[in-house]
Design a protein around this ligand. Structure first.
Ligand SMILES: [Zn+2]
Length: 395
């Protein structure tokens, strides 16, 4: 086994190195003598390789006991934890979370958007929240491998900006992805928020290969669809904008898209708030509305039931096209629990064929109010993996 040149020497070294790492993968710490036996390599070769691999951060060595004798025990270094940041932008609030992959929220911080959705005030709030979250999680900016941001509007994936003029007019044309990336000094992915929710649910254990829909019911209504863990975005990122299904074209309610009877004018959280405000003849906040529903206020419960049933009907249309395994609900009305879910299920059953009604589970998202944020962490993780993979391929 005399090496004939630098090329074959490094090839041999590489093979030995892989043999050693393989022997330690998934194993407990072993002594160097045991490692020599496991790999068939000479003790001197093992010593040299271990020294190099410790320097490279692949292995750790500590004092231990093997066969009753004090020995240097070798094991694989723990995989360095990779952190991501998720940003959930709503019409009236921003939430920023930090988490370790694959999507567990470690800490979060949120704030209202006092300056509305003007790009400069949005950026200011994101900057402050990101700093708070990094501090709470004990992370430097460099330790955040990637950032993903959810926005309640269709997104042009190529440019990371908002495309639909009627839904989030304040941010159309603003290079959201590039500006947030410049602000935080990290790579950023911008995605529709309902899509992020679908990604979180579609990548759960047990969801493999299934179609899962996440419906975000807030000021507007948007649906994200994940099929086999992959998002169905449509050609221009506008798939799932069910808030603008004209459920009742003869309605007097004019939507912000200019048409009448859109689902969001009757089935959104904002629709519930506004209908209850006019019924009780005073302007209510969403928090008060949820309080009245929780207290079983009969007028509030009626308004919620009407909205829930119409939402369920809209979801039925979606299910007749997609035949998903599960439709999970998110947004502030999940706080109303069964009082909301019951009428949604009823509207759904009336809108679909019996087979679809029997098969499709309509539930409140098991990830609760963290659904979109967990999805953002998952998206950040996927983006980091893709970048790493690209670097490997280019190397
Ligand atoms: Zn509309």
């Amino acid at each position: 086994m005399t090496p004939r040149g630098p090329g074959s020497l490094s090839a041999l070294r590489l093979a030995n190195r892989q043999r050693l790492l393989l022997a330690l993968t998934g194993a407990e710490a072993v002594s160097q003598a045991e490692l020599a036996r496991l790999t068939g390599l000479a003790p001197a070769t093992i010593s040299g390789l271990v020294r190099d691999l410790v320097d490279e951060g692949e292995l750790v060595v500590r004092q231990g006991v093997a066969n009753g004798r004090r020995s240097r025990m070798v094991e694989r270094a723990p995989v360095p934890q990779r952190y991501g940041m998720g940003i959930d932008l709503g019409r009236t609030h921003v939430k920023v979370v930090a988490g370790a992959d694959p999507g567990e929220v470690l800490t979060e911080s949120s704030a209202g958007l006092a300056g509305g959705l003007r790009p400069d005030s949005v950026m200011e709030v994101i900057d402050a929240l990101a700093a708070t979250v990094r501090e709470r999680a004990g992370l430097t900016a460099d330790q955040v491998a990637g950032v993903a941001m959810g926005v309640p509007a269709p997104i042009d994936i190529a440019t990371g900006s908002v495309t639909e003029t009627a839904i989030l007019p304040e941010l159309v044309g603003f290079p959201l992805r590039d500006e947030v990336s410049r602000l935080l000094g990290r790579p950023v992915v911008v995605e529709n928020d309902a899509n992020l929710g679908a990604l979180a649910l579609g990548r759960r254990a047990g969801a493999a290969g299934r179609s899962v829909v996440f419906v975000k019911v807030g000021t507007g209504i948007g649906a994200g669809v994940a099929v086999g863990g992959e998002l169905l975005r449509g050609d221009a990122g506008a798939a799932g904008e069910i808030g603008h299904l004209a459920l009742d074209p003869g309605s007097s309610a004019v939507c912000r898209c200019g048409r009448r009877g859109c689902l969001e004018t009757v089935g959104s959280a904002e629709a519930v708030r506004s209908a209850l405000s006019s019924a009780l003849q005073r302007e209510l906040g969403l928090g008060e509305v949820l309080g009245l529903i929780g207290d079983g206020h009969p007028v509030a419960v009626h308004v919620l039931e009407d909205a829930g049933e119409l939402l369920g009907r809209g979801l039925g249309w979606l299910a007749m096209i997609l035949d998903p395994a599960e439709i999970a609900l998110g947004g502030p009305l999940i706080a109303a629990g069964d009082a909301w879910l019951r009428p949604v299920r009823q509207g759904f059953r009336r809108a679909v064929l019996p087979g679809v009604a029997a098969r499709t589970r309509v539930v409140i998202s098991p990830l609760g109010e963290d659904t979109e944020a967990v999805g953002a962490l998952v998206a950040a993780h996927i983006a980091v993996e893709k970048r790493t993979h690209k670097q490997d391929v280019n190397a």
